[in-house]
Design a protein around this ligand. Structure first.
Ligand SMILES: [Fe+2]
Ligand SMILES: [Fe+2]
Length: 184
């Protein structure tokens, strides 16, 4: 665990000094551009900011017309990309922390939700946005996702944050950003 945090710290310091130029700059830039969460406060604030970004894309997507195929494809690609990074942050760091913190049932329940949403995404990928079923399935995905996100950000995550020390929350926040950076 300390190794990961140190790696994140070195990267942040390197980025500040411009030392990553020519080495990992494309990735660093991508992470900064794609991660509103990096500017947010702790891990709960960061994950909540990512939820809002996905919500914004879904609201736009669900208002698209049937013939706006390219727009639907682009918005769904943005949503899938954001959700992939978000799932890695939660599944690699937050859910294991929840489980080790005596909340294994919650961790399992949230991971099962992710599994269901990956199936919805897979089903959508197999359809064309021109397909009459497509928007209904997209709405079904958003309905499940919204319920899951609200449960995380209003109940499970704040309760867990409150149960941790300030130092533990700082460590968790750093680890979560580092996992997200790796797949940005
Ligand atoms: Fe989640
Ligand atoms: Fe989440």
């Amino acid at each position: 665990m300390p190794q990961t945090q140190n790696a994140f710290g070195r990267l942040a310091a390197g980025a500040a000094l411009g030392l990553v130029a020519g080495l990992a700059l494309p990735q660093a830039r991508k992470a900064v551009v794609q991660a509103p969460s990096l500017a947010a406060g702790d891990w709960v604030d960061a994950l909540t900011a990512e939820h809002r970004m996905v919500q914004k894309h879904f609201e736009t997507l669900l208002e698209t017309r049937h013939d706006e195929t390219a727009r639907r494809e682009i918005l769904m690609a943005k949503i899938a990309s954001s959700l992939t990074r978000h799932a890695v942050e939660e599944e690699n760091v937050i859910y294991p922390a929840l489980a080790e913190g005596g909340r294994a049932d919650q961790a399992r329940h949230l991971a099962e939700d992710h599994g269901q949403m990956k199936t919805y995404l897979y089903d959508l990928r197999r359809l064309s946005p021109r397909d009459m079923e497509w928007i209904g399935r997209a709405r079904q995905l958003w309905t499940s996702l919204e319920k899951h996100m609200l449960e995380e950000e209003t109940t499970i995550f704040p309760a867990f944050r409150d149960a941790l020390s300030a130092e533990e929350n700082v460590k968790l926040t750093k680890m979560m950003h580092w996992e997200g950076f790796k797949v940005a």
